[in-house]
Design a protein around this ligand. Structure first.
Ligand code: GLU
Length: 547
């Protein structure tokens, strides 16, 4: 049996040859310099910040250059699959507003470079593997788990490199009769790529994030096709990114270790190598030391956390951008209201050593982003969040849309918008006092005045309020000031500061009594506007409740 016959015996059903595939997946018709990127997650059910981080890079590279951003599902590791894993991936990315031009969708494939799910591409990979076998560049390996484990033990004892290479590559140069006999016996096998590399050789390589590096050639005969007929990651990556014409591969730095295999395969197959961006791990400060963000220890690593706690999607993306590009924050300060897409993202500014994730910083970004939103946007986002995560609040918030929007308008717009909340799960607490159902006054926040005086101010003001004709905040404040002397309070702060002992307090204390009485707390937006929205009746009732 020669190589040609072996190839036929291994793949009797594969009638296609690589040239057929090359024709089926022609060059893309794109302008010069357009990047083709993909994200290629495995449907394990768990989506994390690293997925989003990489996806934003892919999306920006493609869309900034007039290229294509597509989704490929890498499901060849059948043991790791979970039910609805693919659905989760698609839904999560769509919630983050990452729009794919092409790839797997809930309704099936979109695009002519599919199938976009690796488990559906078996014959494509097999076409190439068959060709490699035909050329003597790949071979079946019948080594059992036990035999491989035994080789590992020997290597360990001899302090040698682990793996399938040199004398440990026991099926590499087996006489054809033995191969044939093993096939006759029906023994299970994998297909390995016949490496011509040597660890004595170094290759120069430039990664767009990590910069220039020297990597050692691969000398292992790696598995390219598993016994189930599906490829390993290494082979699928090379075939798919070649056929789908990916120009930039963005992936985690954990793949750097196996990069020599990928380079070797691209070269041996005669494919043009894509550019690589190996992104650094996301780190976090733990006490004084840095560590990787972890699924087990850090809830914020999971993307579900962003939905559940109501982190505004634009803020999450904006925060990822601050992690990705060191010059982003400066740009944002200078372009406060510009759309994010106006920022020129560049791989050159990416940290090669590990971006530091900081929850406080994320909270600040959330507050800034929300402060720039209109009341309508805040209402839309909050009600969408509440509908899913706090239905009772959703009922209240949407009961009178105009009222809710008017509340959310307070302190919005202008040069210094209020920054009371940054997450949708903080809105309820912020505006709770606007709803009688949620109003729980905390009178301990009353100013340091005599208790009887506090009660008197509140009760007296209820009567004043009834008749008040103040049309704006200034007129209202003048009215408050005019009431102060009767209570022994200074209406003028300057006078008060000059001789505090001459007064029981000042106009600030007076208005604080009203604030705590009406809002139930000392921190609240502009009181005049609050009272306007609540209406006299409710204000009077709350003033009367003070005891
Ligand atoms: N399926 C791989 C993963 O989930 C993708 C790596 C790549 O982007 O090439 O890690």
């Amino acid at each position: 049996m020669n190589h040609q016959e072996l190839a036929e015996r291994l793949f009797p059903n594969i009638k296609t040859v690589p040239e057929d595939m090359e024709k089926r997946y022609p060059e893309r018709d794109l302008p010069e310099g357009a990047a083709v990127t993909r994200i290629a997650p495995s449907p394990t059910g768990f989506m994390h910040l690293g997925n989003l981080y990489g996806a934003v890079v892919d999306e920006r590279l493609a869309h900034q250059s007039g290229g294509i951003f597509y989704l490929r599902i890498e499901d060849t590791d059948r043991k790791r699959l979970v039910e609805n894993g693919v659905e989760t991936i698609i839904k999560v990315f769509s919630r983050f507003g990452l729009n794919f031009d092409e790839g797997a969708t809930l309704e099936g494939d979109n695009g002519i470079y599919g199938p976009y799910t690796q488990s559906e591409r078996g014959p494509i990979y097999q076409t190439y593997v068959k060709d490699l076998v035909r050329k003597g560049m790949a071979y079946p390996c019948f080594a059992t788990e036990e035999e491989l484990a035994e080789a590992h033990r020997v290597q360990e004892a001899n302090k040698e490199n682990f793996g399938y290479y040199g004398k440990y590559a026991v099926w590499r140069d087996r006489p054809m009769e033995e191969v044939e006999a093993a096939l006759d016996e029906g023994r299970p096998y994998v297909i390995r790529f016949r490496s011509e590399g040597s660890i004595e050789h170094k290759i120069k390589f430039t990664d767009l994030v990590k910069g220039q590096m020297e990597i050692t050639e691969n000398d292992q005969d790696v598995v390219i096709l598993k016994s189930d007929g599906l490829p390993t990651y290494h082979f699928a990556h090379v075939i798919d990114d070649h056929l789908m014409h990916t120009t930039h591969v963005v992936r985690g730095e954990e793949w750097l270790g196996t990069l020599p295999i990928h380079i070797q395969l691209f070269d041996a197959l005669g494919f043009k190598r894509p550019k690589y961006l190996h992104t650094a791990q996301l780190m976090k400060l733990d006490g004084v030391s840095k560590r990787k963000l972890s699924k087990r220890k850090d809830p914020e690593f999971a993307l579900d956390y962003y939905f559940e706690t109501g982190i505004p999607i634009p803020a999450a993306i904006e925060y990822v951008m601050t992690l990705l590009n060191s010059n982003f924050e400066e740009w944002r300060r200078a372009n406060q209201s510009a759309p994010l897409d106006d920022f020129k993202f560049t791989a050159k500014k990416m940290s090669s050593s590990g971006a530091l994730f900081d929850l406080d910083k994320l909270s600040d970004v959330c507050k800034n982003v929300v402060a720039r939103m209109s009341a309508d946007e805040v209402y839309a986002y909050t009600s969408a969040w509440a509908k899913e995560y706090d239905p009772e609040f959703y009922e209240l918030l949407t009961r009178d849309e105009a009222y809710s929007k008017a509340i959310l308008s307070i302190g919005r717009g202008g040069k210094k918008p209020r920054k009371d909340f940054g997450r949708w799960n903080e809105v309820k607490q912020y505006l709770s006092f606007f709803f009688d159902e949620l109003f729980e006054p905390n009178y301990s926040e009353m100013p340091a005045l005599d208790h009887d005086l506090i009660v008197k101010i509140a009760h007296d003001y209820a009567a004043v309020c009834e008749k008040s004709e103040a049309q704006d905040a200034n007129a209202w404040f003048e009215e408050i000031k005019s009431l102060c002397p009767a209570y022994g309070l200074a209406s003028d702060m300057k006078a008060y500061k000059q001789d505090p002992d001459a007064y029981k307090g000042n106009v600030g204390d007076f208005s604080m009594v009203l604030r705590v009485a009406v809002c139930g707390r000392s921190q609240a937006p502009d009181l005049f506007q609050v009272m306007q929205l609540l209406g006299k009746e409710r204000v009077i009732e709350r003033l009367g409740q003070v005891k």
